[in-house]
Design a protein around this ligand. Structure first.
Ligand code: NAD
Ligand code: G6P
Ligand code: MN
Length: 466
C-alpha cells in the first residue's frame, strides 16, 4: 500500500495536535511515511514539535517526523500540504475584531470588515506560500483551510487558474451537519448533503439518506420548529452555551425559526442578525480574548504536559483506544484538545476520497461556471463535489431564489473587489470592497476603518495607488 508524505503549513497552529493525532488514528485508510511541520514562528512550532515527537514515536512507529522553517525542506518530497496559516498571527486577529467596534460594526475573524482586513493579509501570504510550495513540489495536493477561505479561494482561482490540485475547504458545514443529524438518528457517513453558497455564507437544501434516497432535511427542520425546546437542550448538551460556539448554535436555532425552509450556515447570522451578533461582544472583549484564555493556553499546556512526562502511553493522555479503533467518525471525538470535533476529520475524509478515488461528496470551493446559472459565473461557490484522484466534479445546483441571490452577489462583490484591490494595489477598489459590505455599508465609515486597519496591519498592508 502506498504511503504518503504530509506537510502541515502553520505547524504551530492550535489545530495541529488534533490533526497529528487523527493522522495516527487514520493509518489504515491514509498510511503515512513522513510528516513535516512548517511555520515561520520557531517557538510556536517548537511547542507542538516536542509533543509530536512523542506522539509519533509511540503511536506511528517508522514515520519520519521533523519540523522546519525552511520551505525547501518542508515541500520537497511531499504529497499533501495541509495549510492552516494565520497571516499576521493572533495579534492582528485581535485588531480585526476590535477596530470595527470603534465604528459600531461587528468585528469578526472572517465576516465584515475584520474578515476583509484578514483577507488582505491572507491574499498576500497565501499567494507567496503557494508559489513557494510549487517551487519545490509541482504536483502535490494543497489543501487550504486558512481563512478567510472565501477570499483565499477567490485569489487562488485568479493567480493559479490551471492548478487543479489546490483545494479550499471549511469545516463549518460539517459541524452544522453533526449538530443536527442526531435529530434523525443519522451519522454523516449515512447521508449526502446538498448545499450552496460562498464560504461562511451558505445553505443546506437537502440531506439525502444514502440508503433510501429520502431527503431528511424537511424532517430536521420540522423538529427544529415544532420541538424547539428539545433541540435547544440538545445544543446545550453539545456546546458550552456560556462561550462563543454555544451561543452561536443557540442563535442558529433561532435563525431556523425565521427561515425554516433550509438549514443555514452559522456564519449567515452575521449578515442576517448583525445587531444581535454585535451585542455578543464589545470593544474590550471579543472571540480573540476567549481563545487566548482558552484554546491557546490549553494547547500549550497539553503539549508541555506531555513533553514533561516524556510519554503518552499509560498516562492520562493515552490515545491507544482511539488509535486502535482506527475509525474516524466512530471515535466521535477527532479533537482531544482544540475542542473542535470535526476539524481534522473532514480533512482526512477528503484525502481518503482522493487517494482511494472514492468519488465521495465533499463540500468544496469551486468556480461557479454555470453550477448556479443565475449567479456570477466567476464566483467561487461552496458546493457538493465528487472527489476522485483525477477529477473534482461539482454537482449541478440550478437557479437560486432572489433572497439568497441578492445576499451572495453582494458578498461576492465585496470579496472580489478586495482581491482586485490587493492584486492591483488599487485604493478605489479597497474603498468599494469595504463600502459594499453589508456590515459596513457607509463610505465615511469604510474610509475610517480602512485607515485604522492600514495602521494596525503595518507591513502586511499593501501600498495602494490612487
Ligand atoms: P494560530 O495562530 O494558532 O496558528 C497559525 C500558525 O500559522 C502560527 O503558528 C503562525 O506562526 C503560522 N503562520 C503564520 N503565517 C505563516 C506563513 N506565512 N507561513 C507559515 N506559517 C505561518 O491559528 P489557528 O487558530 O490555529 O488557525 C489557523 C488557521 O486555520 C487560521 O487561518 C484559521 O482561520 C484557520 N481555520 C480554518 C478553518 C476552516 O474551517 N476553514 C477551521 C479552523 C481554523
Ligand atoms: C469554524 C470556521 C472556521 C473558523 C473557526 C473559528 O471552524 O469554519 O473557518 O476559523 O470556526 O473558530 P475560533 O474558535 O477560532 O473562533
Ligand atoms: Mn470555515
Amino acid at each position: 500500500m502506498k504511503k504518503y508524505s504530509v506537510t502541515i503549513c502553520g505547524g504551530g497552529s492550535t489545530y495541529t495536535p488534533d490533526m497529528l493525532e487523527l493522522l495516527c488514528v487514520a493509518q489504515k485508510k491514509f498510511p503515512i511515511r513522513k510528516v513535516v511541520l512548517f511555520d515561520i514562528d520557531y517557538q510556536r512550532q517548537k511547542t507542538v514539535n516536542d509533543y509530536a515527537e512523542i506522539l509519533f514515536n509511540e503511536y506511528c512507529e517508522g514515520v519520519e517526523f521533523f519540523s522546519t522553517l525552511d520551505p525547501k525542506e518542508a515541500f520537497e518530497d511531499m504529497d499533501f500540504a495541509f495549510v492552516q496559516i494565520r497571516a499576521g498571527g493572533m495579534d492582528l486577529r485581535n485588531s480585526d475584531e476590535k477596530i470595527p467596534y470603534t465604528y459600531d460594526c461587528i468585528g469578526q475573524e472572517t465576516c465584515g470588515p475584520g474578515g476583509l482586513s484578514y483577507g488582505v493579509r491572507s491574499v498576500i501570504e497565501m499567494k507567496n506560500l503557494i508559489n513557494s510550495i510549487r517551487t519545490y513540489s509541482p504536483n502535490s495536493w494543497i489543501i487550504n483551510y486558512s481563512n478567510p477561505a472565501a477570499i483565499v479561494a477567490e485569489m487562488t482561482k485568479r493567480v493559479f487558474p490551471n492548478d487543479k490540485r489546490i483545494i479550499n475547504i471549511c469545516d463549518m458545514p460539517t459541524q452544522v451537519l453533526d449538530t443536527y443529524l442526531p435529530l434523525v438518528n443519522k451519522k454523516r457517513s449515512e447521508i449526502e448533503p446538498r448545499y450552496f453558497g460562498l464560504n461562511h455564507y451558505g445553505w443546506f437544501t437537502k440531506i439525502i439518506d444514502k440508503k433510501t434516497g429520502e431527503d431528511l432535511l424537511p424532517e430536521i427542520l420540522k423538529i427544529c420548529v415544532t420541538e424547539k425546546e428539545r433541540v435547544h437542550k440538545l445544543i446545550d448538551n453539545m456546546y458550552d452555551v456560556t462561550t462563543h460556539w454555544g451561543k452561536t448554535f443557540e442563535d442558529h436555532l433561532d435563525m431556523i425559526q425565521d427561515y425554516p425552509y433550509s438549514l443555514p450556515n452559522t456564519y449567515n447570522l452575521y449578515y442576517l442578525y448583525p445587531d444581535r451578533r454585535y451585542s455578543h461582544y464589545d470593544i474590550k472583549t471579543t472571540r480573540y480574548d476567549e481563545i487566548i484564555e482558552g484554546r491557546e493556553k490549553n494547547v500549550i499546556m497539553y503539549c508541555n504536559a506531555i513533553k514533561a512526562l516524556g510519554k503518552m502511553k499509560g498516562t492520562q493522555y493515552d490515545i491507544t483506544d482511539k488509535v486502535n479503533a482506527g475509525l474516524l467518525e466512530e471515535t466521535g471525538c477527532s479533537s482531544t484538545i482544540a475542542y473542535n470535533d470535526v476539524h481534522a476529520t473532514y480533512l482526512i475524509e477528503l484525502v481518503i476520497s482522493i487517494i482511494e478515488n472514492g468519488n465521495d461528496i465533499c463540500l468544496l470551493m469551486i468556480q461557479n461556471n454555470g453550477i448556479i446559472p443565475n449567479l456570477s459565473s466567476e464566483m467561487m461557490l461552496e458546493v457538493p463535489c465528487r472527489v476522485g484522484s483525477q477529477f473534482i466534479e461539482p454537482l449541478h445546483i440550478g437557479p437560486v431564489s432572489t433572497f439568497e441571490k441578492g445576499l451572495l452577489e453582494n458578498q461576492f462583490a465585496s470579496e472580489s473587489l478586495l482581491v482586485d484591490a490587493v492584486l492591483e494595489n488599487d485604493k478605489q477598489k479597497m474603498l468599494q470592497a469595504f463600502t459594499i459590505n453589508r456590515l459596513v455599508n457607509d463610505t465615511e465609515r469604510a474610509k475610517k476603518i480602512i485607515a485604522e486597519f492600514e495602521k494596525a496591519n503595518g507591513k502586511f498592508w499593501p501600498k495602494l495607488k490612487g
